[in-house]
Design a protein around this ligand. Structure first.
Ligand code: NAP
Length: 282
């Protein structure tokens, strides 16, 4: 068996952002209004601060304005909901990103639900999950959306394939399974209560690892020729898949970093411009 081909998320994200920048420039010229993403951050968690800054920088480079709302760590659910409702009603804002996690004292779901669905460019609301699952117009959760774009780019047609998604979080595991189901894959979800994870993974034509446990998925469990998507991001740039052993068995595999990660931000920017276009009626 030869080594797997890498699915290069950095390169695809670059092309996606370039295309998004062209659309943003065109929209700005036609309407006199630049697309605008509002980012909301509660507290000063260093990783979250870095993520938000990175998203703002990418916005700027793509011709998307960003407006940042920094809230103190002690912000209550009611206060956060109030801020998100104001942004939802503000016609100068086309997309809203609430950086999460928001802290244990805040009801994250209540906060997400205060985001107007037409501005939910991060795809976190119930409404977005429903439209995504039903294949209706709306916004997808960014990481799952980016994963499907990568599969498309590398000619992976999920139809009829067995896809095993390891992880069932609301922003990653569950929605990526729904997107694969919409592409006619036979989807199995695995999680912390799954008995014999190895046996489930061995059946998979497509494996999506979305767990947050370094190198949980071992090469010996990868079916020869399977497509392996590693969404995990653990300290030390380590994924949820043991890359060195998996690369020997898979046909295609995402590296960590440089696979799924860059596609998440690219999808966010793309959906922000799409939201602006819909709201500005062009
Ligand atoms: P999460 O909310 O903590 O969910 C983790 C999921 O993994 C849960 O469903 C959990 O099962 C399952 N799990 C935990 N231990 C397991 C085990 N031993 N065997 C099987 N399943 C197990 O995490 P998340 O937010 O989805 O993130 C997952 C990973 O993706 C993290 O490494 C995160 O950094 C990364 N991530 C990357 C991006 C990106 O842009 N690249 C974006 C988001 C997240 P239960 O439901 O039973 O608890």
């Amino acid at each position: 068996m030869t080594q797997a081909r890498l699915m290069d998320g950095t390169a695809l994200a670059r092309r996606t952002v370039e295309e998004t920048a062209r659309k943003a420039a065109d929209l700005t010229e036609r309407t006199g209004t630049a697309p605008c993403l509002a980012t909301v951050l509660v507290g000063e968690d260093p990783a979250s601060v870095t993520y938000v800054r990175m998203k703002q920088n990418r916005c700027r480079k793509a011709g998307i304005e960003s407006r940042h709302v920094a809230l103190p760590a002690a912000t209550t659910t009611a206060e956060l909901v109030g801020v998100l409702r104001e942004l939802s009603a503000d016609s100068g804002v086309h997309g809203i990103l609430l950086q999460h996690p928001v802290g244990d004292h805040v009801d994250e779901r209540a906060a997400f639900e205060a985001i107007a669905p037409e501005k939910d460019v991060d795809g976190v609301t119930f409404a977005s999950f429903a439209t995504m699952s039903f294949g209706l117009p709306g916004f997808v959760s960014c990481t799952p959306g980016g994963i499907v774009r990568l599969l498309d780019e590398y000619g992976v047609d999920p139809s009829g394939k067995r896809a095993v998604v390891v992880g069932r979080s609301a922003i990653l595991g569950k929605p990526v399974g729904m997107l694969l189901l919409a592409r006619d894959a036979t989807v199995t979800y695995c999680h912390s209560r799954t008995r014999d994870l190895s046996a489930a993974v061995r059946e998979a034509d497509i494996v999506v690892a979305a767990v947050g446990r370094p190198r949980l998925i071992r090469g010996q469990d990868i079916k020869p020729g399977a497509v392996v998507v590693d969404a995990g991001y653990n300290p030390g740039n380590v994924g949820d898949v043991d890359f060195d052993s998996a690369v020997e068995r898979a046909s295609l595999i995402t590296p960590v970093p440089g696979g799924v990660g860059p596609m998440t931000i690219a999808t966010l920017l793309e959906q922000t411009v799409e939201a602006a276009a819909r709201q500005l009626g062009v």
